[in-house]
Design a protein around this ligand. Structure first.
Ligand code: 5AD
Ligand code: SF4
Length: 468
């Protein structure tokens, strides 16, 4: 058993990163048993779940269409806010009941696995968990499961260290049109509210040759869209001590001929002029940028250790708006950070009014154990946080709606990704600048990039008609 340790998780010695290959020599012990993987949290987790499914498939397990049919259920968890924890612990209650009526293995992966407090709870209270595999040794998942099956003993294997890079992990992708591709793991920013630098380890970049060749393979397979992933993609290459940056990577990946290239998440601190210029210049780099603001008050930004001021954020924001044609910019904002006064919050509102974001993910601050902000004084009352969140959301929704209204009667290109959940005569797709469109059309459009005339605009989606 190896359990996590937050002190080790925080260390950064910037040792040379080990690049290794996935060890494919694992017995086919799945024997047709069915698996179900449930994902919580961000796109990085979505992609890790594709790796979990890929590894299970390679060992002879098969996907279950319904969770009730599964013989093995893995929860790929998120630790970013308390409610992410609550959802997982709540669901473990449901799984406890399921285990009473059938043979079922339950496993935990992802960021929660990296938390000391969570592992203590699992050891003491959640006996229904059969195995835990941390984020740093995900490539070892099959050995952990096999050991559990062979010994019938609970396996907890979590490492708290800076992390390596393992290439060639099998992937079972969710979509045949749009793919996630990791470019950088971990984070060294240590924003004071954030648990990610502890759960995901040191910032470390994949080699650009590996990334480009992965995208070349995807193009050959007919993929239309690739999204480059990282907690902070703009820091790409910094740990490799070369001059090769995200700007170079975007240019090289765009050269593969992939029709749509995206990237998330950006950090304003590392966003250079060259990056803005390459996004503006290349037609297949999509004009959509997720640029977290977090707060509009310089005092709070400093307490958050965000490394930029409101003025610097606005300068970058305006530069992107000016240079990147028809761009859309979304953001993340936290309200109720310790010490946030009404005036600080109003400064956030004033930045929102100035930027008129296309959309935003807004959050009430949630203290994360062992992060610096959790030790700060002047906690904000829950009802004050909720009131601010509500006021912020009203303004955010107003601007999302306005941004969508600007597309009314325009013809835009959409990558159609699926049938509409609500209406069988419609399909769903995304515009170049990442707006969701419900399109009148049939399933033959799925997987294609088509012209769509926008006929109606709401706060969170658009309606449109396929134009031949
Ligand atoms: N409380 C609330 N929101 C948080 N985020 C990260 N940590 C916390 C926290 N402790 C938000 C940030 C980040 C997004 C992914 O989640 O806005 O950008
Ligand atoms: Fe967390 Fe800040 Fe790193 Fe984003 S940049 S993952 S908010 S520490």
């Amino acid at each position: 058993m190896k359990t996590p340790n937050m002190i080790d998780a925080k260390k950064r010695h910037h040792n040379k990163i080990e690049y290794t290959k996935y060890n494919k020599d694992i017995a086919k012990f799945g024997n047709g048993k069915k698996f179900f993987v449930r994902t919580y949290g961000c796109q990085m987790n979505e992609h890790d779940s594709e790796k979990i499914r890929g590894m299970l498939l390679s060992a002879g397990f098969i996907p279950a269409d319904d969770i009730l049919d599964a013989d093995i259920i893995i929860l790929n968890t998120c630790a970013i806010r308390e409610n992410a924890h609550d959802k997982v612990f709540g669901f473990l209650g449901v799984l406890k009941h399921m285990k009473q009526s059938k043979d079922l293995l339950v496993g935990i992966c992802g960021c929660m696995a990296q938390e000391e407090v969570v592992i203590k709870d699992i050891l003491n209270k959640y006996k229904q968990v059969d195995f835990v595999c941390g984020t740093h040794n995900l490539d070892n998942l099959l050995s952990i499961i096999k050991e559990q099956i062979d010994t019938k003993k609970r396996q907890i294997e979590v490492l708290s260290y800076e992390g390596d890079i393992v290439e060639d992990i099998p992937v079972l992708r969710d979509s045949p049109y749009s793919a996630w591709v990791d470019i950088i793991y971990g984070c060294d920013k240590f924003c004071t509210y954030c648990i990610v630098p502890y759960t995901r380890g040191m910032q470390r970049s994949r080699r650009h040759e590996e990334i480009v060749s992965e995208v070349e393979e995807l193009v050959k397979k007919g993929y239309k869209e690739v999204t480059l992933l990282g907690q902070n993609v703009n820091a790409y290459g910094k740990d490799l001590y070369s001059d090769y940056t995200l700007a170079n990577l975007l240019s090289d990946v765009a050269d593969t001929g992939i029709e749509r290239l995206r990237f998330v998440t950006s950090h304003p601190w590392d966003f250079t002029d060259e990056m803005v210029d390459i996004i503006a210049k290349r037609d297949n780099i999509m004009p959509y940028i997720h640029l977290p603001l977090q707060s509009g008050s310089n005092k709070i930004l400093k307490l958050m250790n965000r490394r930029y001021t409101k003025e610097e954020y606005l300068k970058l924001y305006n530069q992107i708006r000016e240079k990147v044609k028809d761009s859309s910019i979304t953001t993340d904002i936290i309200v109720g950070f310790p010490g946030e006064t009404e005036e600080d919050f109003e400064e956030t509102l004033s930045v929102v009014n100035e930027c008129k974001f296309d959309g935003a993910f807004t959050f009430a601050y949630s203290p994360r154990e062992n992060t610096p902000a959790a030790r700060m004084e002047d906690a904000i009352l829950e009802e004050v946080k909720m009131d601010r969140l509500h006021r912020l959301n009203e303004i955010i929704n107003k601007y999302s709606n306005e941004a969508n209204q600007r597309l009314l009667n325009k013809t835009v290109k959409c990558l159609v990704t699926s049938l509409s959940d609500k209406d069988k005569n419609k399909v769903c797709g995304y515009t170049e600048n990442m707006k969701l469109v419900n399109i009148v059309g049939d399933k033959s459009l799925i997987g294609k990039i088509v012209n769509v005339k926008i006929t109606d605009a709401k706060s969170f989606s658009l309606d449109g008609e396929y134009i031949k």
